[in-house]
Write a protein that binds this ligand. Structure first.
Ligand SMILES: *Cc1c(COP(=O)(O)O)cnc(C)c1O
Length: 402
């Protein structure tokens, strides 16, 4: 029998499409083709001496699945190589990744600056949870570099943002904000969910840490929750490693296996989703019932130039506004037959949500308008169906809203 591996050869010199399929693969003594699912809590040792050596870190190998697990390790290495990061840690959900990344770096007396336009739960962590432990926060208009500069205090430790933002698809200048963070002595954490690892590389733009909800495009088939934190070895060792081990927001090996297999088809799915999103955006823009279409690579996007500089493509989401406010938006949503109403995104199935009454319901109307979220607005997450079918479906639904 060949000895089972505890580390896989690097694929970093290869292209992303190859990394997505091969990076991180650990084969057991059976030399299986597909990655094995190690659904085990713990590991047995050959001897008491081996257990001692493993706990001392002198013997490579696994100890306990709250710390690490071969299937989870394969997912982490595949993510690290895809992102071009030195290290990765997987978590039970995207929010577990965000929370660990922030709590792992901050202590009472520290200050965090974040863009206002954030995934709702990220705003809860920053505005409500962290202050309970003595961490203060300032929210800024992320597109205004002056506001980032003005928010810095001597005790500022972390900058946090997402780009493109949800649901208005604004583009934040990651390289410029990373520069401001650096001169403030703060780290920059980027929630890169909307761009996916394929379209935007925040670490290369100067960010210190990237987080994902792998629930979205990485699974991409609506099955499991997962999160990932990517950064340098030093960042992970200083801020993340011990926090995760001791507090336990660990991913199930089963979910990690689903994500690992999801990664194999990520590029194929995202390429189709981008093509569908771009075609649907253009078709929507041509319809009389539409007030406005927001898609980062369309020439009428206010930051199209920055989007093209920072991202390889316009992404898989399209936000649009129908004439006639909430009533018209609901008519369109209810009349669609292929695109289904759901707040998830990045799925193979096309999905649509009305942000004002769902993901951003808890905000006052004024606060929502301040974020650019209007009652006629709908967010479309492109699936991998036929673009022609999706467009025909939108046309019949929009006709009903006229
Ligand atoms: C979904 C999402 C999250 C949270 O991820 P979960 O896996 O649902 O916990 C965080 N940020 C963004 C931008 C998201 O879309």
């Amino acid at each position: 029998m060949t000895k089972p591996l505890t580390s896989a050869p690097s694929t970093r010199e290869l292209r992303p499409a190859t990394r997505l399929v091969h990076a991180g693969t650990l084969r057991s003594q059976y030399a299986e083709t597909s990655e094995a699912l190690f659904l085990t809590q713990g590991f047995v040792y050959e001897s008491a001496e081996q257990a001692e050596a493993r706990f001392k870190g002198e013997d490579a190998g696994f100890i306990y699945s709250r710390f690490s697990n071969p299937t989870v390790a394969m997912f982490e290495q595949r993510m690290a190589e895809l992102e071009g990061a030195e290290a990765a840690r997987a978590t039970a959900s995207g929010m577990a990744a965000v929370t660990a990344t922030l709590i792992g770096q901050l202590k009472a007396g520290d200050h965090i600056v974040a863009a206002k336009a954030l995934f709702g739960s990220c705003r809860y962590v920053i505005e409500e949870l962290l202050p309970r432990f003595g961490v203060s926060s300032t929210l800024v208009d992320g597109t205004d570099l002056g506001q980032w500069r003005a928010a810095v205090r001597p005790e500022t430790k972390v900058f946090f943002l997402e780009s493109p933002t949800n649901p208005t698809l604004e583009i934040l200048d990651i390289a410029a904000i990373a520069g401001i963070a650096k001169s403030a002595g703060a780290t920059l954490v980027v929630d890169n969910v909307f761009a996916t690892p394929l379209l935007q590389s925040p670490l290369a733009l100067g960010a210190d840490c990237v987080v994902y909800s792998a629930t979205k495009h990485i699974d991409g088939q609506g099955r499991c929750l997962a999160g990932v934190i990517l950064a340098s070895e030093k960042f992970i060792n200083d801020h993340i490693h011990t926090y995760l081990r001791q507090t336990g927001p660990s991913i199930s090996p089963f979910n990690a296996w689903v994500m690992l297999k999801g990664l194999e088809t990520l590029e194929l799915r995202v390429e189709r989703q981008i093509a569908n999103a771009a075609k649907v955006a253009d078709a929507l823009a041509a319809h009389k019932a539409i007030e406005r279409v927001i898609y980062p690579f369309r020439d009428d996007h206010p930051q199209a130039e920055l989007a093209r500089r920072q991202m390889k493509a316009g992404g898989t989401l399209v936000t649009f506004e129908v004439k006639g406010g909430k009533e018209a938006a609901f008519k369109v949503a209810n009349a669609l037959k292929i695109t289904r109403i759901s707040n998830n995104l990045g799925d193979t199935k096309s999905l649509l949500t009305h942000p004002s009454t769902t993901t951003h319901q808890r905000f006052e109307e004024d606060a929502r308008l301040g974020m650019g979220i209007r009652q006629g607005m709908l967010r479309f997450s492109a699936g991998i169906e036929s673009a022609d079918d999706l467009i025909a479906d939108f046309e019949q639904a929009l006709d009903k809203a006229l």
